[in-house]
Design a protein around this ligand. Structure first.
Ligand code: TXA
Ligand code: MG
Length: 346
């Protein structure tokens, strides 16, 4: 056990000093809290895997605060990567690129590519600038658990296992960044996030997605390879997707509409979505029908994404055995929400 320092935003230099000394410090980004370490310190990178209980074949994302830092990580920035960087950095978009061969092997899990992101959160950017080197940061949760969107949730998973947590506000988006492979001549989305498939297609119209719940095929109108080829290729390219993910202790059951819920045991969690105008009616309907239930009715995809992981964690704290989650439409941020829900229901 080590002591985990609670560090206020005013003490941000303390967090930077710990990182420079090769320690592990969790910090906020606009997506979820990250567990930071100096990306160029192999010992610190190794410790991240131990603290999280993360399988060593799952590579990390390196976070940067300037375009110069990209040169320490990638040997080549393809025209596709350049375009996505211009349009979406800083922001919730991670790009997979050909790596500099001198990078610690653990960082990239032995792959010849590296994942890089320039976050837009001012606290994250300030911290990386103070350290002066790229910072690796997987989501700050024990491996397999839902990501943490508050510093309190970071501590529930990692207190005594890391050296510090920078206590910032809850994260704005609540789901992890979009991951896009840019090593081929068209973008392939390896993980959906707040930079949506539609936003990427507007920049690069032939882009396709390999995510399982999209049917593993090329998106309509593109001439990508057959589904089976994409599936094999996808497992190779995105090692993280092989592992258990986003799972609360509770069992997660998905449903389409509230009318389908029927009789439920007393203590359950219900996560639903309604239009702003129906919100109150649906809330009172559900609390009348299921008086013992823990309810969370969201008013938009943004709201759903922002509250999903924290609701899972609240249900776990109260030992709720089953959480019923409403499916959403597969468009925009809905793809990222459904990806996390499908994996949580696993
Ligand atoms: O929003 C985020 O991305 C957060 C914040 C802290 O920035 N970080 C995050 O890291 O979600 P993590 O480690 O939980 O997820 C990283 C994902 C994994 O699915 C991993 O497999 C993938 O990125 N990844 C990393 N390097 C890769 C590479 N070289 N090729 C393909 N996928 C890679
Ligand atoms: Mg993660």
């Amino acid at each position: 056990m080590r002591t985990t320092q609670r560090i206020t935003i005013e003490q941000i230099q303390t967090a930077a000093d710990l990182l420079i000394a090769g320690k592990l410090v969790a910090f906020p980004t606009e997506t979820v809290y990250g567990l930071g370490a100096d990306a160029l310190n192999p010992h610190a990178v190794k410790r991240i895997f131990e603290a999280k209980g993360r399988p060593s074949d799952n590579p990390l994302i390196a976070h940067i605060a300037s375009h110069e830092q990209l040169r320490q990580l990638a040997i080549e920035v393809s025209p596709l990567a350049k375009l996505l960087i211009e349009r979406f950095w800083p922001g919730p978009l991670t790009l997979v690129m050909d790596k500099d061969p001198d990078l610690p092997d653990d960082l990239t899990a032995g792959l010849d590519t590296v994942a890089v992101r320039m976050p837009e959160d001012p606290i994250a950017l300030d911290l990386i600038r103070r350290v002066g080197r790229p910072i690796v940061a997987p989501s700050a949760n024990r491996s397999g658990r839902p990501s943490a969107t508050t510093w309190e949730s970071v501590l529930i998973d990692l207190d005594g296992r890391i050296d510090g947590v920078l206590c910032g506000p809850p994260t704005r988006i609540g789901l992890e960044s979009t991951v896009v492979d840019t090593t081929t001549d068209e973008p392939v989305i390896l993980r959906h996030g707040a930079i949506t498939q539609e936003m990427i297609q507007r920049v690069w119209p032939s882009g396709r997605s390999s995510s399982t719940h999209l049917g593993l095929g090329p998106i309509p109108g593109s001439n990508g390879p057959a589904a089976s080829e994409v599936q094999v290729d996808f497992a190779r390219r995105s090692p993280g997707t092989r592992h258990r993910h986003y799972q609360p202790k509770a069992r997660v059951v998905l449903f389409d509409s509230i009318d389908q819920l029927g009789e439920l045991p007393l203590a359950v969690g219900i996560l639903a979505i309604a239009s702003k105008s129906d919100l109150h009616a649906i809330e009172s309907d559900l609390s009348g029908k299921y008086p013992g239930a823990k309810l969370c009715v969201c008013s938009s995809f943004d709201d759903y994404a922002g509250r999903l992981f924290e609701f899972f964690r609240e249900c776990d704290l109260e030992n709720v055995p089953t959480i019923y989650c409403q499916r959403v439409e597969l468009s925009g941020l809905g793809r990222a929400i459904m990806d996390r829900l499908d994996r949580a229901a696993g």
